[in-house]
Design a binder for this molecule. Structure first.
Ligand SMILES: NC(=O)c1ncn([C@@H]2O[C@H](COP(=O)(O)O)[C@@H](O)[C@H]2O)c1NC=O
Length: 510
């Protein structure tokens, strides 16, 4: 008996050649509406699915292949006598190959101005059903969901070399594909109904790149991107120059962009090991970068710099004087690009839109589970700050306090940031006690601590940090407030004439 292939594809790329090849290999092809038309127009003899089912396509294509004559032919085990007898009794012919790809649900979601009705209509029902039937019965049926597999499968069919292992691989791809497809649908419905943390959490990512290694060379890794691209994120940045990004590069570059999204004025952020080592804000991007550099000229070595303005020649000249792993910006002037691309080892990334703060969830894997929380998109309203001390901050101090508060949110806890004139001067990150973080920041700032402001990601459990700040010459402090012993810190501030404000919001980052 002739082998039979069922072809029903939305993405018709490469299907004519594949179907022609099947026909030449003596395989009979059966097809649905649009696919049938395309194959017949290309001169590939094909049977209409209605001819097999004896039933017309109904409900605008919502039902075309959902029929026992199709699914019986797909699910029957060839080595099961009962199955074979039932096929015979019911005059069902077996189907040996299934070539199906689905309604473009993802592409429809991404369309500008798309209606909910259009999205719903692009949920494929018959396609996944055929894919799943064929994949379940992979021992007897070969199923192809990915057009990039057409050629390889066709050659194997022609040479009669398609093994059960290969069919299982094709089936595995199908189940990944339908799981991804359903995950996108589930996410869409869940977002529509506004459930943040439903009883099961379904997410799907697509592989963008196999990485050379993970955080360390003995770890293996890959970079997966959101199925629906997130504009202004690292995942959608374009690499213009340099070697492939590494695992650590991606983490650091992402951290740099998250910090950058805090600032609306021209800003430059230098990152090392996911902490900012320098942040500068100014009227021009070259000055902003100069400030980020001056913040810590040692740590920036081998770091990542992200800017929210096009890199011009002046900035490029400054950038090219130091060793940097990555520069990220919304663009580069021709002169800047010429200057920077001379350096073989620098990676240059271009953002197509402003770095944007992603709404949604963050994930932290723990052994045996996953912690999921909404992103820390907390922003304070400067008008709602509480002044805790006798002295109010001056206008200039307030500007630096707000600048430092945006920075400290992105520093690992316990975090202290010292800032002066729109640049960080000291960063104390990831310490097990607050005074430890403050000591590091003060030591790093050295003489620049005099007249600087201090931001703390969480309240002061005791007055030691404020005492250290006073000794270093810090004049104003911003912190969440809320400690039982707040008054002790307030007293020290008042004694030294320090202005302290409370945000009422904590920014732990572990
Ligand atoms: N309802 C059905 O019985 C059904 N059977 C196949 N499809 C899909 O119809 C598409 C192909 O349609 P056409 O051949 O008419 O262009 C494929 O993406 C296939 O997955 C169906 N459509 C959606 O549910």
């Amino acid at each position: 008996m002739k082998k039979r292939a069922l072809i029903s594809v939305s993405n018709k790329e490469g299907i004519i050649e594949f179907a022609k090849g099947l026909h030449e290999a003596g395989v009979e092809t059966v097809s649905t509406g649009g696919t049938l038309q395309a194959l017949q127009e290309a001169g590939v003899p094909t049977i209409a699915v209605e001819q097999i089912t004896g039933f017309p396509e109904i409900l605008n294509g919502r039902v075309k292949t959902l029929h026992p004559f199709i699914h019986g032919g797909l699910l029957a085990k060839r080595d099961n006598e009962e199955h074979q007898n039932q096929l015979e009794e019911n005059e069902i012919s077996p189907i040996d190959y299934v070539i199906v790809n689905l309604y473009p649900f993802k592409q429809t979601l991404e369309k500008q101005g798309v209606t909910k009705e259009e999205i719903i209509e692009n949920i494929d029902i018959g396609g996944p059903t055929m894919l799943r039937s064929a994949a379940k019965n992979y021992k007897d049926v070969a199923v192809v969901v990915d057009p990039s597999d057409y050629n390889q499968v066709l050659q194997a069919i022609k040479q009669d070399t398609l093994t059960v292992d290969q069919r299982q691989q094709l089936a595995a791809k199908v189940f990944r594909h339908t799981a991804n497809y359903d995950a996108l649908i589930a996410r869409y419905f869940t977002e529509e109904t506004g459930e943040d943390f439903p009883e099961t959490y379904t997410i799907t990512y697509e592989k963008a790149q196999t990485l050379r290694y993970g955080e360390n060379p003995h770890q293996s890794a890959a970079f997966y991107k959101r199925s629906i691209p997130v504009k202004g994120s690292l995942a959608t940045a374009e690499q213009l120059h340099g070697k492939e990004l590494s695992y650590n590069n991606i983490q650091d570059a992402n951290a740099a962009l998250e910090i950058l999204a805090e600032y609306t004025e021209p800003a430059a952020v230098a990152v090392k090991h996911m902490n900012p080592c320098g942040i500068g804000v100014a009227h021009t991007i070259d000055t902003a970068f100069q400030r980020a550099y001056d913040a810590d000229p040692i740590s920036i070595f081998g770091g990542i710099v992200a800017c929210n303005q096009v890199i011009d020649q002046l900035t490029a000249e400054k950038l090219s004087k130091i060793f940097l792993e990555i520069v990220i910006a919304p663009g580069y002037t021709e002169e800047a690009l010429a200057l920077l691309t001379v350096k073989k080892n620098i990676r240059l990334l271009k953002l197509h839109v402003e770095p944007a703060e992603e709404v949604g969830h963050t994930f932290t894997s723990v052994n045996g589970g996953m912690l999921i929380q909404t992103k820390d998109n907390g922003r304070i309203n400067p008008d709602e700050l509480t002044i805790a001390t006798t002295r109010e901050p001056t206008e200039k101090e307030l500007a630096d306090l707000l600048f430092a508060w945006k920075a400290v949110k992105h520093v690992k806890s316990n975090a202290i940031v010292l800032a002066k004139e729109k640049r960080t001067v000291g960063v104390g990150a990831g310490q097990m006690n607050r005074i430890g973080a403050a000591s590091i920041a003060i030591e790093q700032a050295a003489e620049h601590a005099q007249g600087a402001v201090m931001a703390s990601d969480a309240f002061f459990p005791m007055p030691d940090t404020v005492e250290a700040a006073a000794k270093a010459g810090i004049t104003a402090i911003i912190q969440p407030g809320g400690s039982k012993r707040d008054q002790d810190s307030i007293d020290v501030c008042n004694e030294y004439g320090i202005a302290m404000v409370y945000t009422g919001m904590r920014h732990f980052k572990h």
